[in-house]
Design a protein around this ligand. Structure first.
Ligand SMILES: [Zn+2]
Length: 365
């Protein structure tokens, strides 16, 4: 009798834990999150996942037998990504209506004659620096480009005028992805238009996506991304907190709580963004490094993938040194530092999504 009671209690406890993990994985609490910031983002304060610094769902899957491997028998991977928000110095001809009479005349004359000023690239933000720094540590990366028009919010460069960069990136083994504009996350036609623009100018197939400012709406953005033909997204992380938004450090197909189906898309959850460390969480360099190393160790312990976002405009000075210390740490641990598309290809080749979905079903009661 007592044994039967204990067995029932144990089973109930196990089932409760599974329910919690399933809810964390699906980010169920975010569907109804009323509190959003000025960019429509859910704050980390309003998630039911209270263990943001531990990949709780991945740990469960790993314990249940999920053991991914990586090329060269490596134990874990870092998906290296660079969002290209800024490339050019302030240029009054592009960004603002010039105030002085002389400027106004020059501006109007150039407009009438169709003369385009070349973008003045800031030498400190040049992608060549980033490419060679990553290369030093045997890493390749994904570069996400904005496809903005001059009058759009945060416009800084024209794709046409930086197109010499695209073959440079591709020939270095890097990937080009779309950095969706402010509103693209909730505007399917805008998202498709931006994808086509980048595809045409970069002359390469665009498979990956990250929205500017990590703006994202669950589940609409995943739905739009799948409809727009993206293979993967890597926006899904909290802007105001590092860690594992839905307890995952494996690429996964998101589950739509509203329809009960998995999306035909891979999500590479974003774990660390530079701005989260220093702007939102206000870490010192020392504390930030400690936190990053701890998260890398967590990911290594369940043979996972840590997606890392470092903006190209932080490649010099103290921020550049900090970035290099992360590269060094992963390099010394023999982690695979690569682009998102290389990880997605590997994940597909090994059929890890299918394997993982079977295990995830055991969480679903
Ligand atoms: Zn951005």
């Amino acid at each position: 009798m007592a044994m039967a009671f204990l067995r029932t209690m144990f089973t109930k406890k196990m089932n409760d834990e599974k329910n919690i993990l399933w809810d964390v994985f699906t980010a169920k609490s975010e569907y109804s999150a009323a509190e959003k910031d000025e960019y429509g983002r859910v704050s980390s304060k309003f998630t039911s996942n209270k263990e943001l610094l531990y990949p709780v769902v991945s740990k469960y899957l790993h314990k249940s037998g999920f053991q991914p491997t990586y090329p060269g028998n490596r134990k874990f991977a870092v998906c290296l990504t660079h969002d290209v928000d800024l490339l050019a110095k302030y240029d009054p001809n592009y960004r603002y209506v010039p105030h002085s009479f002389e400027n106004k005349v020059r501006h109007t004359a150039k407009k009438i004659l169709g003369i385009k000023e070349p973008v003045q690239l800031n030498p400190d933000w040049r992608l060549e620096k980033m490419i060679s720094l990553d290369k030093k540590y045997n890493a390749t990366a994904t570069y996400f480009f904005l496809a903005l028009k001059k009058n759009e919010k945060d416009f800084n460069y024209e794709l046409e005028q930086i197109k010499y960069l695209f073959p440079l990136l591709v020939n270095s083994g890097c990937e080009i992805g779309l950095h969706g504009s402010h509103e693209a996350y909730r505007n399917l036609s805008g998202m498709i238009r931006e994808k086509n623009t980048l595809q045409e100018i970069a002359k390469t197939k665009i498979a990956g996506y990250r929205n500017h400012f990590l703006r994202f709406s669950i589940p609409e953005t995943w739905s739009h991304l799948a409809s727009a033909g993206f293979v993967y997204d890597t926006t899904f992380g909290f802007a105001d907190h590092i860690g594992f938004r839905n307890g995952m450090c494996y690429p996964f197909s998101p589950f739509n709580v509203k329809t009960g189906n998995f999306f035909d898309l891979l999500e590479l959850p974003l774990v660390i963004m530079d701005v989260s460390l220093f702007h939102y969480m206000r870490f010192s360099y020392r504390d930030a490094l400690e936190q990053c190393c701890r998260l890398i160790d967590e990911v290594e312990s369940c043979r996972g993938v840590l997606t890392f976002l470092w903006h190209n405009n932080y490649v010099t000075g103290e921020m550049g040194e900090f970035y290099e210390s992360i590269l060094k740490y992963v390099y010394n641990k023999n982690g695979w530092m690569t682009s998102a598309i290389d990880l997605v290809k590997w994940w597909r080749e090994k059929q890890y999504s299918q394997l993982m979905q079977e295990l995830l079903h055991t969480l679903k009661q």
